[in-house]
Design a protein around this ligand. Structure first.
Ligand SMILES: [Fe+2]
Length: 372
């Protein structure tokens, strides 16, 4: 039940909240006679769905010593049994809608499975004995370490989700965009490159930083990525396997948008737009697009042309967050298998760095290689 910061939720809360999601949006709406497990749980485990009723304040989730883990397990069993009943008895006319909400619930739970790991890591990183979540856990490793940039063809491209399978509403409507010709890095930015940035005064050179970013760097103060600390002159980091030395060949991880942006400026490059990233991923130009670290783009998280959130509480899932956040693309080594796709849009506030977030660069013709 530990909560190390307002953004990171307790493991028990994640389990209860993903269970509540099925109860609220699937069972109450579609299973006649469904008996709510505990009337009080909606208040405790509703995250941000205003239309679904009042809720416990996010920063205080760690105070929920009760219900116990055992009660949460019983809650889940109760909901699982009811979902099975619903699926067995749904009228054919209603089954399509039931399956649609069930599918959203499963993808929602996958998102929380990743958050369970990022939030446990944040809590363990705050513990002076640096506990290992799993001693066999391997930190993210890049499959390739090339310095190559791939030609990204300019012109009109279609981005957004098309075809069969699942997508979140924020991946649609698919639409056409115009892209400038560019070159995109095949590889992710590595720890070795990040150490060069640090050695060159990256964290103490205000001209490299956005104003808001510099304020965060100074307030920290930040001198390295999240979870890094220096011991006897060498850098170490906290991982799910406990504390480990920095591997120069591994991709940098736990950097904020502000850091990604400052690094790109220092390197004389840029961050890709989310459209460029998607075009490149679809053209198979990227090594480690998926399954290693999320990649910050320079795109603000905004609605696609013509986007409308669905009516009702479930419409609050994505649409109302389309302000003040930046898009990350790809997926991380903590993302459940099958959850990653070229059109997937992850989003976080620019100062956030407890996710498995890294950097990929892009360059353009005619751009100065270094700021003057
Ligand atoms: Fe959620």
């Amino acid at each position: 039940m530990v909560q190390s910061m307002p953004d990171a939720s307790p493991a028990k809360w994640h389990r209860a909240h993903s269970t509540w999601f099925f109860e609220q949006f699937l069972l109450i709406a579609h299973l006649p006679g469904y008996r709510v497990f505990d009337e009080r749980f909606a208040y405790l485990f509703n995250s941000y769905y205003v239309a679904a009723g009042p809720r416990h304040a996010r920063p205080f989730r760690g105070l929920l010593t009760r219900p116990t883990c055992k009660e949460i397990a019983a809650y889940r069993m109760h909901v699982d049994e009811a979902v099975e009943r619903l699926l067995a008895g749904a009228a054919s006319g209603e089954l399509a809608q039931v399956l649609r909400v069930l599918e959203i619930g499963l993808h929602h739970e996958q998102q929380h499975q990743e958050l369970l790991l990022t939030d446990i890591l944040h809590a363990f990183a705050g513990n002076p004995i640096a506990p290992a979540y799993d001693a066999r856990w391997q930190p993210p490793r890049a499959g390739a370490a090339s310095n190559e940039f791939a030609e990204l063809p300019g012109g009109i491209h279609t981005v957004g989700f098309v075809g069969e399978g699942y997508c979140f509403d924020n991946e649609q409507p698919a639409h056409r965009v115009f892209a400038q010709p560019a070159r995109i890095a095949r590889a992710l930015v590595s720890n070795a490159q990040w150490l060069e940035f640090m050695a060159d005064g990256g964290y103490v050179t205000p001209s490299l930083w956005l104003s808001d970013g510099w304020a965060v760097v100074e307030a920290g103060p930040w001198r390295a990525p999240g979870y890094w600390h220096s011991l006897d002159g060498s850098w170490r980091t906290m991982t799910l396997a406990g504390e480990r030395p920095i591997d120069p060949r591994s991709p940098v991880v736990h950097v904020s948008y502000y850091e990604a942006d400052a690094f790109a400026r220092w390197a004389g490059k840029h961050l890709a737009s989310e459209q460029e990233w998607e075009i490149a991923a679809r053209a198979d130009l990227l090594d480690d697009a998926f399954g290693v670290v999320w990649q910050w783009t320079r795109s603000a998280y905004l609605p696609y042309p013509g986007y409308r959130a669905a009516a009702g509480a479930i419409g609050e899932y994505n649409g109302k967050f389309m302000i003040n956040q930046m898009v990350l693309r790809g997926s991380s080594h903590a993302t459940p298998a099958g959850h990653a796709r070229a059109s997937y849009r992850n989003f976080f506030y620019p100062q956030a760095r407890w996710q498995f977030s890294g950097v990929r660069l892009v360059e353009y013709d005619g751009a100065p290689s270094r700021p003057q």
